[in-house]
Ligand binder design. Structure first.
Ligand SMILES: Cc1ncc(COP(=O)(O)O)c(C=O)c1O
Length: 477
């Protein structure tokens, strides 16, 4: 492909994306309807020996791949958590690809490094995080949590794990505290970091599915009495199951008392703290050692882009830096070399898309959209609460509603199966995509508001379609 062809196909592709995002996506079933293996079976196992015209590649994209795409940008995608994008974000990503910068060192990407420092400072101010927090963009919240766990491990072994490995003092006695509602990435990180699954304590939650700080204190005390070493506690602001808000201040105080690393996971909900009326969800974050939220979930910045902040960047760098000769430069010392701030070496110029998003939306533009999402979520909650055939299963502090169909005539023991059937029917229908969880043992439907091009009508349509589908299921055959 030469520059002229790139220009031509690039324009065509941008047109394609614009048409897709500007309503074309609505013409597709939200969740892909292909069977396992269906896409692969249409693609040749051997790579082409000779180059093919781009138009043929694009035609195959439309014919073979597009039917196998689940449309995460569909306004009626309500499953999991959003991974919303936006035009400026897509353009930032394109420019980053065009520049092809790999900003592992300041020297290999001065603009990438310094723009990242600036936009992370913007995010810190937007969320009202402590002034001493410094941030770095990671690919995902899972990777950020792993970095936090590695720091916790190093601190709890008096800075000796990196050198002595499992022989470091206390290394075989470290404990991590989470709740049963904490994201699975923490347990995975704890396994990778060598804490061991059995040393991940699931502290019980209270009525609203938030970690119980009294139970945390008791669990820590029992572990201390058994000769174990509390190393880390993860508090979640907006759990995956139900956006429960763990009591960060109380958890942070326990962490301080026992010298534990305190990591706050606000992967989805952190975005809401941009709103002054929701900032309280981060009350106590000033006690944290590390904090993560994902602009790639609910801040119009396409995947991946995870904002990780630490109180003591020097400690993070000490834990994660390694300095082979070939990576040494004349600037070491006076600048940030972000390769030392995360697990991998290489890194993309992700700050560019974030900069494009924040500048083109403006902070007020982002706030306005989040407020709409929050208001529509509350409306949906009120519809559920007002209908005797439906039941709300958790509080709705933000943009996620957990609920179930509970017709008065149904046997309560049949509700799980009934709701599973309803979810399958709704998702198979292609007009909506929702997901599920279990809360207090009950099967719960999850509807998360937060798509970039979503409207109130989409949320209302979801309620209508759920009702119609439920009535069709209930109707005698
Ligand atoms: C609370 C929470 N933490 C962490 C994650 C993992 O996010 P990521 O895909 O960025 O690793 C999720 C994903 O939904 C989440 O909900």
């Amino acid at each position: 492909m030469d520059a002229n062809e790139f220009r031509r196909h690039g324009h065509e592709l941008v047109d394609w994306i614009a048409e897709y995002l500007d309503g074309g996506v609505r013409g597709h079933a939200v969740r892909a309807r292909v069977a396992p293996g269906e896409v692969r079976s249409q693609l040749p196992p051997e790579p082409p020996a000779r180059g093919e015209p781009f138009s043929r590649v694009m035609a195959d994209f439309e014919r073979v791949l597009l039917p196998g795409v689940t449309h995460w940008q569909h306004p009626r995608f309500f499953a999991y958590f959003p991974a919303n994008n936006s035009y400026p974000s897509v353009l930032g990503e394109l420019l980053s690809a065009g520049l092809g910068v790999q900003g592992m060192l300041w020297e290999t990407g001065p603009a990438a490094t310094e723009l990242e420092e600036v936009v992370m400072g913007w995010l810190r101010r937007m969320l009202g995080l402590p002034a001493e927090f410094q941030g770095v963009i990671q690919d995902t919240a899972s990777t950020a949590a792993l970095a936090a766990l590695l720091c916790a491990r190093e601190r709890a072994t008096h800075g000796r794990f990196n050198t002595e490995g499992a022989a470091a003092p206390q290394a075989d006695r470290l404990v991590v505290y989470v709740s049963p509602e904490t994201h699975s990435s923490i347990e995975k990180g704890a396994r990778i970091a060598g804490f061991g699954r059995e040393r991940v304590r699931k502290v019980p939650v209270g009525a609203a599915y938030a970690l119980d700080p009294v139970a945390l204190e008791a669990t820590v005390a029992a572990d201390l009495a058994a000769g174990l070493v509390p190393a880390c506690c993860v508090g979640t602001c907006g759990t995956t199951g139900s956006t429960a808000l763990d009591p960060l201040r109380a958890i942070g105080e326990t962490c301080r008392r026992h010298g534990m690393w305190f990591h706050v996971d606000a992967a989805l909900a952190g975005a809401a703290a941009i709103l002054s009326e929701k900032r309280h969800i981060l009350d106590g974050v000033e006690l944290a050692d590390s904090f993560v939220f994902n602009p790639h979930k609910w801040m119009f910045t396409n995947f991946d882009c995870s904002a990780f902040f630490v109180r003591d960047p020097d400690f993070l760098v000490k834990v994660l830096s390694i300095n082979p000769e070939y990576l040494r430069t004349a600037h070491d010392g006076g600048v940030s070399n972000f390769r030392d701030w995360h697990v991998q070496l290489g890194r993309r110029f992700r700050a560019l898309k974030l900069w494009f998003v924040i500048r083109t939306f403006g902070v007020e533009g982002i706030r306005a959209r989040l407020r709409e999402h929050l208001a529509w979520a509350q409306e949906f909650r009120s519809w559920v609460e007002a209908d005797p055939d439906w039941e709300l299963l958790a509080p709705v502090p933000l943009n996620l509603i957990c609920f179930r169909w509970a017709p008065l005539s149904a046997d309560p023991r049949a509700l799980d199966a009934l709701n599973e059937r309803l979810l399958r029917a709704v998702n198979d229908g292609g007009q909506l995509y929702l997901s599920h969880t279990r809360l207090g043992g009950d099967y719960a439907l999850r509807l998360c508001v937060g798509q970039t091009t979503q409207t109130r009508d989409d949320v209302a349509a979801a309620w209508r379609i759920l009702g119609e589908t439920a009535r069709a299921i209930a109707r005698p055959a």
